[in-house]
Write a protein that binds this ligand. Structure first.
Ligand SMILES: Nc1ncnc2c1ncn2[C@@H]1O[C@H](COP(=O)(O)OP(=O)(O)OP(=O)(O)O)[C@@H](O)[C@H]1O
Ligand SMILES: [Mg+2]
Length: 256
């Protein structure tokens, strides 16, 4: 039987007069690929911000592997095993590819600031394991041969993959990808799809937001649809594609 990894129970958030997320229920099984779709401004990124602790919900509960996580700080949530990428690229262009991945693992470091300056054997050991985990994540995303290049010199599609590598290096159980294929050409999208399937085989759970419907429907086991902050449907890709409410709110409006 499949195990629930993430559950949103009646979750809402209000920004002033706007209810950006309105009484949303979502349940995600471990080891699956799920998608969250819906028109611009529907509240998709806000749901990721709620899950990762950027905002506490105004109402409702979020549980991860059975433990309540709403109200916890983002670094605690990362430590529990949830990683994410952002809708807009957030890389340090003047740093190398490897450095960009290493930076994502500060949540895992145990050595304090003073120890890091003295650089005792514990720090060196820790640094070695961070480098190894980072290289492993780069290998997964097929970027290990570019470890020493500056991030800004990577083509766009590879920059997006680098962000996924950075998230993967924290060894997450659940990864949230906010529009991972946005701005990619068809070839880059195909490559990304293959890589997402590959990382999912390590019993990783993937939850993604994406506007490219071919990408979503090809990859996902289940899809939830948001419109004006409310969940209007959820089900398998074929159920969602046939749902009249989804077609009226989103799919019928010329989305690709
Ligand atoms: N911090 C905030 N303060 C005020 N309003 C916000 C805040 N964050 C999001 N919103 C509003 O909440 C609504 C949902 O935004 P969100 O970014 O979640 O949409 P989205 O579904 O991700 O859209 P897109 O597909 O364009 O990325 C929008 O109306 C947005 O302006
Ligand atoms: Mg968004």
């Amino acid at each position: 039987m499949s195990k629930t990894i993430l559950e949103l129970n009646n979750v809402s958030i209000r920004f002033g007069g706007l209810t950006a997320v309105d009484s949303v229920n979502i349940k995600i099984d471990q080891g699956t690929i799920s998608a969250l779709i819906g028109p611009n401004g529907a509240g998709k990124s806000t749901i990721f911000n709620l899950i990762t602790g950027i905002y506490p919900p105004t109402q409702g509960e979020i549980t991860f592997l059975g433990a309540t996580i709403n109200g916890q700080k983002p670094h605690f949530i990362t430590e529990m095993g949830i990683a994410r990428t952002f809708q807009n690229i957030r890389l340090f262009g003047e740093m190398t590819v490897l450095e960009n991945v290493k930076i994502g693992q500060h949540c895992r470091t145990k050595s304090g600031f003073i120890k890091a300056i003295i650089r005792g054997p514990g720090v060196k050991k820790e640094e070695k394991s961070i480098t190894e985990a980072s290289m492993e994540a780069l290998r997964l995303m097929e970027l290990d041969h570019k470890a020493d290049e500056l991030a800004k010199n990577l083509p766009y599609g590879e920059q997006r993959r680098l962000e996924i590598a950075r998230a993967m290096a924290t060894n997450p159980k659940l990864i949230l990808l906010d529009e991972p294929a946005a701005g990619m050409n068809p070839q880059e999208k195909m490559t990304l799809m293959t890589m997402i399937r590959k990382i999912q085989t390590n019993n990783l759970t993937i939850f993604l937001v994406e506007h490219d419907m071919k990408f979503v429907m090809n990859l996902s086991d289940s899809v939830a649809v948001l419109d004006y902050g409310r969940k209007i449907a959820s089900g398998s890709p074929s159920e969602i594609q046939r749902d009249p409410a989804v077609i009226a709110a989103y799919l019928g409006k010329g989305v690709v």
